[in-house]
Design a protein around this ligand. Structure first.
Ligand code: UT7
Length: 325
C-alpha cells in the first residue's frame, strides 16, 4: 500500500574528530571510541541551518523517486533543532524546494522524531488522503550543545536524511509497528529553556546552562537496553515473522555499544545491523534515514527484504516499523 520510493541524505563538510575534542574538553579518543564507537562527527557551517541540510537531503530523495517538488503533497519534518521555535521549519523547506502550497509541519519527538514523521506520512497515505509524501529527519545538535560539557558534546553530530513515500497498490509496505513513550523519563533528555516553563529571556539572565542540551546518559542507556529489545521482539511477532526472516535492522545510532547489546539480546547477527555512527556520531532524527540511504546506495536492501526501523530517545520515546522493501 505504501512504499519508500526514494532516499537521500546530506552531510555537512566540517569534520570534528575525537582528537579535536581532546583540545576542547577533558576527554580522550580512547574514552569516546570505547564508550560510544564514535571517531568523528560533522557539524554545519556558520551559514547553514536545519532547513538548508534538510532541503539538500530532500532534493536527492525526490530525484531518486523521480518526482518533482510540485508533485509532493505533504512534507513532515522530524527535528528537535528547528531553524526557529516559531515558525515550523517544514514550510521553510517547502519554499526552498519549490513545492506548491502543500501542508508542511514539524514533529518533535527528539531522537525518535523521524520515526514519528514516518508514521505520520505513512498514515496520511494509507488513509487515502495523499499519494506522495516527503518525510525528513534533520538535526543540528551542534547549535544546542554546550561544547564544554564532555557528557554530551562528544556524542552528537549534524546531518539530514529524507525519504519519499508513495502509494503503491502492490506494495505490502508496513508489516507491523510499535510506538510508545514513558513520560516518567521526560527529565532525562532536555533543553530546559525556551518553553512556557522557563522562558528564554529568564534563562539568559539566570540559568545559562538551561539553554543547552542535557542528557543523563546512563539512565537513558538503561532504559534503551531494557525496552528496545522487547519492542523489537513484539514487532517481529506482530509481523508474523521469526527473527531469521528479518534481513536488515536500522536502529537509532545512539551508541555502538547499544547496537551491539541489542544484537546480542535479540540473538540477531550484528551484520544485519546497518551502522553509521563511527564517522557521523549520533545525528538524532537524521540517523535512521541517513543509515537507510547509505544501505540503499550500497545495494544492500533488495526488493522483498524485511527491514526493521527502530528509533528511541527523549520523552522518553520510541517508534519502530517492520517494512517489506
Ligand atoms: O539519542 C538519544 C538516546 N541517547 C542514548 O541512547 C544515549 C545512551 N547513553 C549512552 O550512550 C552512554 O550513557 C554515554 C555514552 C552517554 C556515556 O557512557 P557511560 O558508559 O554510560 O558513561 P557514564 O556516564 O557512566 O560515565 C562514566 C565515567 C564518569 O566518570 P566517573 O564518575 O566514573 O569518574 C564520567 O564523568 O566517564 C566520565 N565521562 C567521560 N570521560 C571522558 C563522561 N563523559 C566523558 C568523556 N570523556 N567525554
Amino acid at each position: 500500500m505504501v512504499r519508500i520510493t526514494g532516499t537521500g541524505s546530506y552531510l555537512p563538510d566540517k569534520v570534528i574528530s575525537n582528537k579535536d575534542l581532546e583540545q576542547m574538553v577533558d576527554t580522550t579518543n580512547e574514552w569516546i571510541t570505547q564508550r560510544t564507537g564514535i571517531k568523528e562527527r560533522r557539524v554545519v557551517a556558520e551559514n547553514q541551518s536545519t532547513s538548508d541540510i534538510a532541503t539538500e537531503a530532500a532534493s536527492l530523495a525526490l530525484k531518486k523517486a523521480q518526482i518533482t517538488p510540485q508533485e509532493v503533497e505533504l512534507i513532515v519534518l522530524g527535528t528537535s533543532t528547528p531553524d526557529f521555535p516559531i515558525p515550523a521549519t517544514a514550510p521553510i523547506i517547502q519554499k526552498k524546494l519549490g513545492c506548491s502550497q502543500i501542508p508542511a509541519y514539524d514533529i518533535n519527538s527528539v531522537c525518535s522524531s523521524f520515526m514519528y514523521a514516518l508514521l505520520n506520512g505513512y498514515s496520511s497515505i494509507k488513509s487515502g488522503i495523499y499519494q506522495n509524501c516527503l518525510v525528513i529527519g534533520a538535526d543540528c545538535y551542534s547549535r544546542i550543545l554546550n561544547w564544554q560539557d564532555r557528557n554530551t558534546c562528544v556524542i552528537f553530530g549534524d546531518g539530514a536524511g529524507a525519504v519519499v513515500l508513495q502509494r503503491d497498490e502492490h506494495a505490502k509496505g508496513v508489516l507491523s509497528l510499535n510506538y510508545g513513550a514513558d513520560g516518567n523519563g521526560s527529565h532525562l533528555i532536555t533543553q530546559q529553556a525556551g518553553g512556557s516553563v522557563n522562558p528564554v529571556s529568564k534563562a539568559i539572565k539566570n540559568r545559562e546552562n538551561d539553554l543547552y542540551f542535557q542528557m543523563t546518559g546512563k539512565k537513558v542507556y538503561e532504559f534503551t537496553i531494557s525496552v528496545i529489545p522487547k519492542v523489537a521482539k513484539k514487532m517481529i511477532q506482530d509481523a508474523g515473522l521469526n527473527k531469521e526472516q528479518i534481513d536488515w535492522i536500522i536502529l537509532h545510532q545512539a551508541n555502538k555499544r547499544i547496537i551491539e547489546s541489542i544484537s546480542k539480546i535479540l540473538a540477531i547477527d550484528l551484520n544485519k545491523f546497518i551502522n553509521n555512527i563511527e564517522f557521523l556520531g549520533n545525528t538524532s532524527s537524521a540517523s535512521i534515514p541517513m543509515a537507510l540511504d547509505s544501505a540503499v546506495k550500497q545495494n544492500k536492501i533488495k526488493q522483498g527484504d524485511k527491514v526493521m526501523f527502530l528509533g528511541f530517545g527523549g520523552g522518553l520515546s520510541w517508534g519502530g516499523m517492520i517494512v517489506e522493501w
